[in-house]
Design a protein around this ligand. Sequence first.
Ligand code: BG6
Ligand code: MG
Length: 217
Amino acid sequence: MIRTCIFDLDGVLVDTARYHYLAWRRLARELGFDFSEEQNEALKGVSRMASLDILLSCGGVRDKFSILEKEEMAARKNGWYVEMISRMTPEEVLPGVEAFLTEARRVGLKIALGSASRNAPMILDRTGIAHFFDAVVDGSMISAAKPDPQVFLLGAQLTGSAPVECVVFEDAEAGIEAAERAGMRSVGVGGSPTLARATIKIDGFEGFDVAKMKELL
Ligand code: BG6
Ligand code: MG
């Protein structure tokens, strides 16, 4: 039985994955190298500092900087990112998401957020979807990032569900692995080939509903 739906945020409910990419690419260019969308796939779902390490490896400069310098770079990237997300509007919620969340609540499912982002509360607020959530777990509440299962296990705990009663919606490979390690079923959202291990895959929430979810899982 499914009691709780746990949603990743970036790339699942809103297209902030794009803003993350633009901000990381700007940093890469300032450092003197380019950063492609393919390379960016590896950053999805990954924490801010781990993302920076991957980016620096792509530019072949990972070992060139001190921890302090890296913290400054991550802060610079986050400044650009926050500038973009602070202008977000409810129109940026991905198609079908609000209908799915509305139906899930109506049929009595619990709704949790399981995001690695420390900016998650601001995004929920700017896009007007905060009211859907029974529990919000963001990057400031966890000590181990995806693929560690902590973020989803906390979401289960806060909504009073056992892991087997939870289903995770994710657009990132690290998130699908985290769900697997948490003992939860998963829905891979967005059609990336890296989501092969998800229990089921959907392109997006348009045309998807609770009955389909229950039937397919
Ligand atoms: C995840 C994103 O949701 O949050 C990653 O998929 C991002 O790309 C991570 O690095 C941390 O986000 P933030 O907003 O705290 O830098
Ligand atoms: Mg994501």
